[in-house]
Design a protein around this ligand. Structure first.
Ligand code: ZN
Ligand code: ZN
Length: 305
């Protein structure tokens, strides 16, 4: 797929559906021809076929995940930009593994299975992204906005003149925000989504939903609401004290698990740990005799500060 979004911006994807593990990249045809994100390595051939012989001089990676960086290697001469908080996981396999929490929380066989599937390889990052930086591509200026939470260094790129925002994995899909890395941070993620609501873009180019042109504000608000609903459901479940393993069985984050149960179990568990870390900080949950339980009279009444 190679589909125009404006006369200079194109959606490019190896497959029509953008749901993970596929993703949408965006090609900007300007003085500095630029790609925003590249898909998983497994789609190298299809991605290149869709892109054709168009030049790529620069890659802006929204974050380190392989469904956004996996085909960077197809463009060895391109400058590659990423945020310093995510660069370590793009250049070091050990850091990638520790960002996912595999080293502390996963069975080695599961880690190996996932690492083999994503075909991790180092990216040669040449430039850092920073909040507020303006990236000049010729006709188009993009403002970098640091939007941590999904990953520590997640960034979005704003073409202010057109009200067009490239949002990576603040993706507006119906699943809702994903925070299944051990260093994902829900308080930061809420702040990042709120920042985008305030920004008020007219069009969003999302890494998994594609181009969103209608009810953009409403969709961002719904996306945030889905995250907060999950948090409420965790608090409700913890009125009865539960161990992490017991809580995982409720499938409160994923709702349904797919066939690869072991992987779903793992990411459900990590997502819950990320929620619990925040809820404990907010004094809404406490650990008691090896279990988690909701605090009955929390000093803080609001879960969403
Ligand atoms: Zn991601
Ligand atoms: Zn993604």
């Amino acid at each position: 797929m190679f589909i125009p979004v404006t006369d200079q911006v194109y959606l490019v994807s190896p497959e029509e559906r953008g749901n993970f593990p596929n993703s949408f990249s965006f090609y900007i045809d300007d003085e500095i021809p630029t790609l925003i994100d590249t898909p998983l390595t497994v789609w190298s051939q299809a991605f290149q076929a869709n892109l054709g012989d168009r030049p790529v001089e620069r890659i802006l990676n929204t974050h380190f995940h392989r469904d956004h960086t996996g085909c960077n290697h197809l463009f060895p001469a391109a400058d590659v930009y990423a945020h310093p908080a995510d660069i370590p996981a793009m250049v070091s396999k050990d850091t990638f593994i520790s960002y996912y929490g595999f080293d502390r929380h996963a069975d080695p066989a599961l880690t190996e299975q996932i690492m083999a599937w994503i075909k991790w390889q180092p990216c040669s990052v040449t430039h850092e992204l920073h909040d507020g930086q303006i990236i000049k591509l010729g006709n188009i200026d993009l403002t970098v906005i640091h939007t941590p939470g999904h990953t520590p260094g997640h960034c979005v790129f704003y073409w202010e003149k057109q009200g067009l925002l490239f949002t990576g994995d603040i993706d507006l899909t119906s699943f809702g925000p994903w925070y299944g890395n051990i260093n994902s941070d829900i308080t930061q993620l809420i702040g990042s989504i709120e920042k985008l609501i305030k920004l008020g873009p007219q069009v969003i180019c999302s890494g998994h939903k594609g181009v969103v042109e209608h009810n953009v504000r409403e969709q961002l608000e719904k996306y945030l609401a889905r995250l907060l609903e999950k948090e409420e459901s965790i608090l409700k479940a913890l009125r009865k004290p539960q161990s992490l393993d017991e809580l995982v069985q409720h499938k409160l984050v994923y709702g349904r698990w797919g066939k690869a149960e072991e992987q779903y179990y793992y990411f459900e568990k990590i997502s819950l740990l990320v929620h619990l870390r925040r809820l404990i900080e907010l004094h809404l949950v406490e650990e008691y005799q090896g279990k988690y339980r909701a605090v009955t009279n929390p000093s803080s009444q609001c879960a969403h500060m």
